[in-house]
Design a protein around this ligand. Sequence first.
Ligand code: FES
Length: 170
Amino acid sequence: MNLHDNGYDLDEAITHIVNRYGSKSTALIMVLQDVQKHYRYLPMEALKAVAKKMNLPIAQIYSVATFYKAFSLTPKGKHHVCVCTGTACHVRQAAVIVDNLSRSLNIQPGETTQDGEISFETVNCLGACALGPLVTVDDEYHGNMTVTILNKLLNELRTGKMAKTTEEVK
Ligand code: FES
């Protein structure tokens, strides 16, 4: 996504988002969440525009943007795959899932495929340990993950035929 699409230029987009939450500093996280949803990351030009519109120092905005792991200063893929590597998932071979994903996508956790289609990252716990090893694809949970199921999911993602649940791809 570039900075001038969706019918908005950057200033219009930021004005629209800031007006939604107001310009008090307490609204900053919600504003940044919507900016990231709009651009799929936080472009530096957008952070400067937020600073101007909310009348906050750019240093404050940058420190919030870099403090929270949910925010990214680099472009994210159209799809987002997240592998849990917390203890419960780790003992159920989460590392094998991570290795396979790295090899299939040719990227490391935290990176995005060259075509901008898929981002991949790891997290410490997704809060559903009994389902481990657990993977989320575009925020949907897929428990009891195996390499075979993962490869089917990736294939479905790439062809735009994502199944709704892990059960559907077994
Ligand atoms: S350790 Fe994976 S969901 Fe909790």
